[in-house]
Design a protein around this ligand. Structure first.
Ligand code: PLP
Length: 487
């Protein structure tokens, strides 16, 4: 048990949480035993595998238990103190607490805790930007106060303007997220979109190229942030580019919010002082419940505050309560130790791959994730992901820049350090993880498909999965998940 562990609160905490879970499972069992069984099995599976999915973590029992209450039953459309439903006084308390913790933790003038997920947080942000920069001036020009006051014709003109704006975001294959203007996502349909990539030679963001693209395209919104870029971003430079072309800078810190909260990313690498709007999920490196959060400057706060009804329905009050608990945890000094360990461990994992001849996108990492190009093992990402899973190592395949295998089969595996760091893994453990991954991949061969080598099928040399599972079990036993928690 380490000080950075969410269960590192001592034996009393673990014993009390055990009692709570045992009782809850008995109650569930009395109605649908198969759900109780799957819930028990999920814990056993999570305890028994090396979870290296960069977007996942293990929330604390306090956070998890907070989600299982009667707040789930309450409708609370509106905002704190201004609801469309009666009897929201307790929801007001937890939503205000979540927002207060978020403001204090990130040093943001304003925080909105209602988005149900990261994608919702981004939708709120996009529509807050459109409302502030297109709808409000459009209404003023027409001498109207509210959209309901417009004639049919004027409303159509305003709608056309809203749907005719431009967004510049990072491309999916260089690490951006599909909500950053990817055509199959609504962001790519709402906006005329263009993508910036990374320097093909280094894999790093080329700020001069981003500036050139922004000057040419003149976006209303410049999006920074990523899902699979293993490097830090200079948000001061991004803001300079946005200011030069009159764009609003939106940063999606869903992946690295824990490193911002834990003060590993400061100065130019902290998006909050530089962005007009910052969005995040709460469940990745931030280690909270599944959900979203929007931080904004005073200028955008009034529009963000209208996230419901703009793009959201009733908030998930039980999840907002859990966000308040998780954000309170993240304000503790031990969260800074945790965040630093996340970055140190990702570094150890990257070094472990490099010394075993692994090929890494950008040649390394300085955040929480590592992107291994598995084509040097003769594999696709799909084959590597499956062979690793057979061996008890849970990862996800991911495209690499200009991926020859496309977004489905891919050529990369994305690894993240947040979850195993929560279990208490240190740098030596992550080096051993790199060794085990390389052992699996070196013992995996593509199998034949109907038209040459298959992109999905593979063979794993006999005994490899068993050997690696046994070695992983040693690491997992030494760093138990939820120590002291028994069902
Ligand atoms: N933004 C980024 C950068 C992400 O990586 C993700 C999820 O992977 C999201 C947004 C969407 O989050 P959610 O799955 O909670 O909608």
């Amino acid at each position: 048990m380490t000080s950075s562990s969410p269960s590192g609160q001592g034996a009393d905490y673990a014993a009390t949480a055990s009692e709570a879970y045992r009782a809850a499972l008995r109650v569930i069992e009395s109605v649908e035993p198969r759900v109780a069984e799957a819930t028990r099995k999920e814990l056993a599976d999570q305890r028994g595998s090396l979870k290296l999915i960069a977007s996942e973590n293990y929330a604390s029992p306090a956070v998890l238990l907070t989600m299982g209450t009667w707040f789930s039953d309450k409708y609370a459309e509106g905002t704190v103190g201004h609801r469309f439903y009666a009897a929201c006084q307790n929801v007001d308390t937890v939503e205000a607490l979540a927002a207060e913790h978020a403001r204090e933790l990130f040093g943001a003038p304003y925080a909105y805790a209602q988005p149900h997920s990261g994608i919702d947080a981004n939708l709120v942000a996009y529509w807050a930007i459109l409302a502030t920069r297109v709808e409000a001036p459009g209404l003023a020009e027409l001498g109207a106060k509210h959209v309901n006051d417009l004639s049919e014709g004027d409303w159509e003109k305003l709608r056309a303007k809203l749907g005719n704006q431009r967004l510049l975001g990072m491309s999916l294959d260089t690490g951006g997220h599909l909500t950053h203007g990817f055509r199959p996502n609504i962001s790519g349909k709402m906006f005329h979109q263009r993508q910036y990539g990374t320097d093909p030679a280094t894999g790093f963001i080329d700020y001069d190229a981003v500036a050139a693209a922004a000057r040419e395209f003149k976006p209303l919104v410049l999006v920074a942030g990523y899902s699979a870029y293993p490097r830090r971003v200079n948000f001061a430079k991004m803001r300079e580019i946005a200011d030069e072309v009159g764009a609003t800078l939106m940063v999606d810190m869903a992946h690295f919010a824990g490193l911002v909260a834990g003060k590993v990313f400061t100065g130019d690498e902290d998006p909050v002082p530089h962005a007009h709007i910052t969005t995040t999920t709460t469940h990745k490196s931030l280690r909270g419940p599944r959900g979203g959060l929007v931080l904004a400057t005073e200028e955008y706060a009034p529009a963000v505050d209208k996230g419901c009804p703009m793009v959201l329905g009733g908030p998930l009050s039980h999840v907002m309560a859990a966000k308040a608990v998780a954000l309170a945890e993240a304000r503790r000094p031990e969260f800074r130790e945790y965040a630093q360990a996340v970055a140190d461990n990702a570094q150890a994992l990257a070094d472990g791959f490099i010394k075993r001849d692994g090929s890494l996108v950008t040649g390394g990492t300085d955040n929480h994730l590592v992107l291994l190009d598995v084509t040097s093992f003769g594999l696709t990402g799909r084959q590597a992901e499956s062979a690793l899973l057979d061996s008890g190592i849970v990862t996800n395949r991911n495209a690499v820049p200009a991926d020859p295998n496309g977004a489905w089969y891919t050529s990369g595996i994305r690894f993240g350090s947040p979850a195993l760091t929560t279990r208490g893994f240190g740098a030596d453990d992550f080096d051993r993880v790199a060794e085990l991954v390389v052992e699996v991949l070196s013992n995996t061969q593509p199998a034949a498909g109907p038209n040459g080598p298959s992109k999905a099928k593979y063979t794993l040399a006999d005994g490899t999965a068993e050997r690696v599972r046994a070695a992983a079990a040693e690491l997992l036993d030494a760093n138990p998940l939820y120590p002291g928690l028994t069902l």
